[in-house]
Design a protein around this ligand. Structure first.
Ligand code: SF4
Length: 459
């Protein structure tokens, strides 16, 4: 009998992408096979995100449409996981009678068992918080990961968040901070390197808070964790790992050791995505971010001193309650002063259950929109200016696959995590995961154009 086929629909951050990879591996380990698409699937799992506005509505709309999908073929099963599932829990089952199972962010391991139950006609929800190391006990990705990801992998080092920024729902959906035992992380990275993985991105909601609670309590040795900079040093030494990245750090957890690591560790990439959210000290305080713009500049300056070629990118929110024009101009000023190479920026929208949702001083939508556009215009100009400084430099590109343009052009990332597109001679056999040495020859606001150093590869 042919195995049942599954498909995954993933929303949100890299943590969710990685969770979906884990769910896929769990399902394959229980005998299912990946479907070519949802129309070909017997089982569909939606991995939800609640960071943006209307996530719950998006899910309800998805589930509404899936009633027809399910009716098309008897025996089809629908499951929902991720942050919205964590928040709404079994109420989802009450609302959608064609939904079979719901799993929270700590319950990925239960998916195969829930699937079995669903096949027996039971409808189940598991959204309990798992406070032990067991939550990290998940299968590693397979060597036959999808093309484009065969040379790079995510590795979870910590989960949860204890920061409670006033606008953010993550502490409720991902639970309390817990760091994974270092030797497990080292073993996973070493095993990935043996599979041919050369680039590893360490994941955590506040990744550089890794180990902090154990260190503070004097229990790091007993638990098996350590300060984040020490973990980086251990992973940097694993043979075969050529690029080491981490995301997303919090400014509060930069110490001298972590800054020094950027100057000392050979494989730690010259890129940090360091969310700042606002350039105004008043707004940072209202957001409960626990640093000032001055401290952010200190970190950025220290990182640049340690690693002059480092590219710093960030996340920004405009239109937070009470944000004045002067506050917003402080944000524009910070983007410039910090020399942000790129940023993701969003208009604030209240998340139910967060303290900011009760704040007065709503910024009119048209003002927030205007600020977003001004910020993005400035960022675009800064990104282009940065890319222009790179023209003429040589760099190494890890190929991800064909570029969006196609026509023999490949796309990949340089150590600074910038997208580099390269035109190749027809028939040049380069695949995802190959390394290509290029000279950067052209800059746009979105990417760089590289020319292979090897003349045999040039068009
Ligand atoms: S640090 Fe703040 S923004 Fe980041 S996950 Fe935690 S609460 Fe949310």
């Amino acid at each position: 009998m042919d195995p049942k086929r599954f498909a995954l629909r993933t929303y949100g951050c890299q943590m969710n992408v990685h969770d979906s990879e884990k769910v896929a591996t769990l399902l394959e380990d229980s005998g299912l096979a990946a479907a070519d698409g949802e129309s070909d699937a017997d089982v569909l799992v939606i991995n939800t995100c609640s960071i943006r506005d209307k996530a719950e509505h998006q899910l309800y709309s998805d589930l509404g449409k899936l009633r027809a999908w399910k009716a098309e073929k008897p025996g089809r099963i629908v499951g929902v996981g991720g942050c919205v599932a964590q928040q709404v829990g079994d109420r989802l089952l009450g609302r959608f009678d064609h939904l079979d199972f719901v799993f929270g962010t700590h319950n990925l391991r239960k998916v195969p068992a829930m699937l079995d139950q669903a096949e027996d006609g039971q409808r189940v929800a598991w959204v309990d918080e798992e406070k032990s190391q067991a939550r990290f006990d998940l299968p590693m990705r397979r060597p036959d990961a999808p093309a484009g990801r065969r040379h790079k992998a995510f590795v979870t080092v910590m989960e949860g968040c204890d920061m409670f920024c006033s606008f953010c729902i993550v502490p409720s959906t991902r639970g309390r901070e817990i760091s994974r035992v270092a030797r497990e992380i080292e073993a996973e990275v070493a095993a990935l390197a043996e599979q041919g993985i050369r680039e590893v991105t360490l994941l955590g909601q506040t990744v550089n808070a890794y180990g902090r609670h154990d260190v503070r309590r004097g229990k790091a040795a007993a638990v098996g964790t350590m300060p984040f900079a020490e973990l980086l040093a251990r992973l940097d030494a694993i043979p075969g790992i050529e690029r080491l990245r981490y995301t997303s750090p919090h400014p509060l957890f930069y110490d001298d050791a972590l800054i020094r690591a950027h100057g000392e560790l050979r494989h730690l990439c010259p890129h940090v995505h360091l969310p700042v959210q606002s350039g105004s000290n008043t707004i940072l305080e209202a957001m409960r971010r626990r640093y000032t713009r001055e401290r952010y500049f200190e970190i950025v300056d220290a990182l640049r001193a340690a690693r002059p070629d480092i590219a710093i990118t960030s996340d920004l929110i405009v239109g937070f309650p009470g944000e004045t024009e002067a506050d917003f101009e402080d944000t524009l000023g910070l983007v410039e002063r910090a020399g942000l190479v790129d940023s993701f920026s969003f208009k604030y929208s209240p998340r139910p259950g967060t303290t900011a949702a009760d704040l007065s001083g709503e910024v009119p939508p048209e003002v927030a929109q205007d600020r977003l556009e001004r910020l993005q215009t400035q960022q675009k100009a800064q990104t282009l200016a940065y890319h222009q400084t790179r023209v003429g430099q040589e760099t190494l590109v890890f190929v991800d696959g064909e570029s969006r343009r196609g026509q023999g052009q490949i796309s990949g990332r340089d150590p600074q995590h910038r997208v580099v597109n390269v035109d190749l001679r027809p028939g040049a056999a380069l695949a995802a995961g190959d390394t290509l040495a290029v000279e950067l020859v052209e800059a746009t606001p979105h990417s760089l154009l590289g020319r292979p150093l090897d003349p045999a590869l040039r068009p």
